[in-house]
Design a protein around this ligand. Sequence first.
Ligand SMILES: Nc1ncnc2c1ncn2[C@@H]1O[C@H](COP(=O)(O)OP(=O)(O)OP(=O)(O)O)[C@@H](O)[C@H]1O
Ligand SMILES: [Mg+2]
Length: 271
Amino acid sequence: MATVIVITSGKGGVGKTTTSAAISTGLALCGYKTVVIDFDVGLRNLDLIMGCERRVVYDFVNVIKQESNLRQSLIKDKRVDNLFILPASQTRDKDILDIEGVGRVIDELSESFDYIICDSPAGIERGAFMAMYFADEAVVVTNPEVSSVRDSDRILGLLASKTRRAEQGGKPIKEHLLLTRYDPLRVDKGEMLSVEDVKDILAIPLLGVIPESKAVLQASNAGTPIILEGDSDAGQAYDDAVSRLLGEERMHRFLEVEKKGFFSKFRLFRS
Ligand SMILES: Nc1ncnc2c1ncn2[C@@H]1O[C@H](COP(=O)(O)OP(=O)(O)OP(=O)(O)O)[C@@H](O)[C@H]1O
Ligand SMILES: [Mg+2]
């Protein structure tokens, strides 16, 4: 039986797809057979960030409509063993997903995968519901700003009321907070909320803090999940987050403004 994890946020553009690509790649690198599904029907971003857009023949909607089977539609990652992508359709109406169809696909994937990662579209409409409905765990991606935190709070309400686990009255979905695009300098200046502020408002366990990093855009332009850029701070922060997801304890990093070393101070002084 697979563990189904939704990557969700409410607010758009906060880093869900970046996170879905990083976490699925990280889990596969740890040896877990992992599939990442793009629920953002109509936009199709995940395959670009995963660098497999030219290999898409059949997509998630084809499988739901039984126009293709899973074997034909899953794309096997070329760099990482155990990693598969189920891309979204670019052309279809985003209301095409339905609970029966999505449930059938999740059940079939559950038979052979350890993890199913669902990359949610923004908003609280149908696509976002479908992405969260079958979840066992949720990663709530939040930026350190009021509008993003407010939307994450709304999503927490929906996770507790509109999902299969909520309806069946079983164990609640395990929630994780992932704070992304964190810039300690701007936090110090009072322009952004701090980790503590966001933790206080949302009151769910902190999975990780991903720093604002130019490396993220460069990696996504190159079709490389940022976690594969082991030298980057954001890549390392995602690596820590994956370890915590698997139950390991790791210190949080990148929370403070980086102190300049002696030599860089010296250069600063001379210039
Ligand atoms: N840690 C980061 N540092 C800098 N830029 C980032 C970071 N995380 C994400 N971004 C950038 O933010 C933008 C949005 O990221 P992404 O597409 O992952 O968000 P999303 O939540 O999936 O958006 P949507 O709601 O449209 O699906 C992208 O340009 C991405 O490169
Ligand atoms: Mg996205």
